[in-house]
Design a protein around this ligand. Structure first.
Ligand SMILES: [Zn+2]
Length: 136
């Protein structure tokens, strides 16, 4: 677990889970860690689930095993995360889908011609493949 991580009530942190710096885990978030659960059988190894720096998971999110939540991503309350979440991605729903992107500060980004500027001053670029990163 990294520095400045917030973990609210009702969250179990299992083997195989990596929480990087500045991650927020809301109440009652569930990280599942056995892709094929059976009673009284343990997997030989647990897949690594990684929550990258600055990402936030709202209340009651469920994350399937072995996924990566990207840097500064925002996962809406109650989402069922079945795929990797991109950096700065805003995802929600069941299954969770990308509905947009958020700034490091949490505000929603609006892209024009592959660029966005947040009211906090941070600038972003969106690549041809849809990936979002901070502009220098
Ligand atoms: Zn911002």
């Amino acid at each position: 677990m990294g520095d400045r991580v917030t973990v609210k009530c009702g969250v179990s942190l299992y083997d195989g889970l990596v929480l990087e710096d500045d991650v927020f885990i809301g109440p009652d978030v569930s990280f599942s860690n056995d892709p094929r659960p059976r009673s009284r059988q343990k997997p030989e190894a647990y897949p690594t689930t990684r929550v990258r720096a600055g990402a936030s998971l709202g209340a009651g999110v469920i994350v399937l095993p072995g996924l990566t939540i990207g840097r500064c991503a925002m996962v809406g309350a109650g989402a069922l995360v079945t795929r990797n979440v991109p950096d700065f991605g805003l995802v929600y729903g069941s299954p969770a889908r990308v509905h947009g992107h958020v700034c490091r500060c949490g505000r929603t980004l609006r892209f024009e011609d592959g660029a966005a500027a947040c009211s906090c001053g941070q600038r972003f670029r969106q690549g041809a493949g849809g990936e979002v990163g901070e502009a220098a």
